[in-house]
Design a protein. Structure first.
Length: 81
């Protein structure tokens, strides 16, 4: 359906969009909730699984119902179920 009507997949499927700027900034769009928030690990719920951001001095700069910005020394991003 996305190809037929030329609609963005993230909009139709509700998939998360993760944007990483170097090792210092990361934004997540279309997340569902915050499952864990520590200075070395942030775990988020997605429509289809979870995402774990690991590093040092991690901080959630802002979050809304639609997106979130995380800063710090980002060392690893993992997806899981």
């Amino acid at each position: 359906m996305t190809e037929q009507f030329h609609l963005p997949k993230d909009l139709v499927l509700g998939e998360a969009i993760v944007t990483i700027l170097g090792q210092r900034d990361l934004t997540v769009e279309n997340y569902r909730g915050i499952l864990a928030y520590e200075s070395d690990k942030i775990r988020l719920s997605l429509k289809h699984g979870q995402i774990v951001i690991s590093g040092r001095a991690l901080n959630i700069d802002y979050y809304t119902n639609d997106d979130m910005k995380i800063s710090g020394n980002i060392q690893r991003v993992e997806y899981g179920r």
